[in-house]
Write a protein that binds this ligand. Sequence first.
Ligand code: ASP
Length: 373
Amino acid sequence: MKNLPVDSILARRRFLAAGVGAALTPAALARHPGVRSQEPAKERPTMIGSANALAGMKNVWESFRAGGDPLDAVIEVVKVPEANADDLSVGLGGLPDESGHVTLDAACMHGPTHNSGAVGCLQNIMHASEVARLVMERTDHCLLVGQGAYRFARDHGHPHAELLTDRARRIWTAWRERMSESDDRLAPAKKDQKSGMLFDIHGEQVTLEEIIGDKRPTGTIHCSALSTTGEYSSATTTSGLAYKVPGRVGDSPIVGAGLYCDQEAGAAGATGRGESAILSNSSFAMVELMRQGASPEEAGLEVLRRVTRQAQRAAAWQPGMVDGQGRPSFGLHLYAMGLDGATAGVSLKGGGRYAVADLEKGPRHEELVALHP
Ligand code: ASP
């Protein structure tokens, strides 16, 4: 728990004594129509996350459904791609910023204590999600960035690691060589380019040319969990947008954007274009919509409608934001879980899957519901 100054403790006592912060009674609920009174479902362990969460979900599912802690579970899930050199969007092997540095963003949130921790622009530490948890549990802060985050991680025993793999370096070099025809870098002659160099991006085989062109990889891993004791936790971790401007921090470590959970309403997360998740506050918005009675799918689709309108307005000064039919030209995937353990994964455009695990069917992939099929 973060240490609260005496003033805050006294203020909180006054708040509770006034009955404002007390549990919502039927009379109080009658004064606030639309606000839900339910407790999160117990004995319905459930997990939801991005498609790349499936491997980790399979690892932890048996112990989690037997009563495991939700924060332990989500961190274990997201650590799998953090250590996987083949995942180009998270931790080790993640694609670097435009200057060749791999910088990581991560956050976790704990429903029962409504507490969070995060790191932004963290270099040379593999498990950014564990450092985010340390920020939550061992400081009175919510977010550490850059050198401070690195020193904090080292102080807590995290080893220094080289995260730029040979594969990521080759992709980044190829991207730089093709960035401009007016600089001094030249792409290798066609005959010297390795033909058929294929990369697995979320299960799809793409060529090097596609990666540095129109299939610039996005990724990130999000996972939220509802435990057998009715407790939520969430985690999101990423190497962020490939070739980003150095210093850029995306949505993943921003509470309310890349993740959010609230014991009174549900949990949510986002992957894809971070700026849009930040501008729509997408995870917070989904949880708030579920608090007002929306299902996880309705909440996710409503946020995507807002994102679409916001992109249309942004297109006035950034024309590439929407296509010819006014649909966003970028990708955004949203994941939501309600108090009853119901889940949904939605996306701006058709195609794509998310990972989910529940008592009925165990860990598996499901199709995302697309706003613009
Ligand atoms: N949301 C991440 C970011 O903007 C990227 C992604 O999910 O692909 O940093």
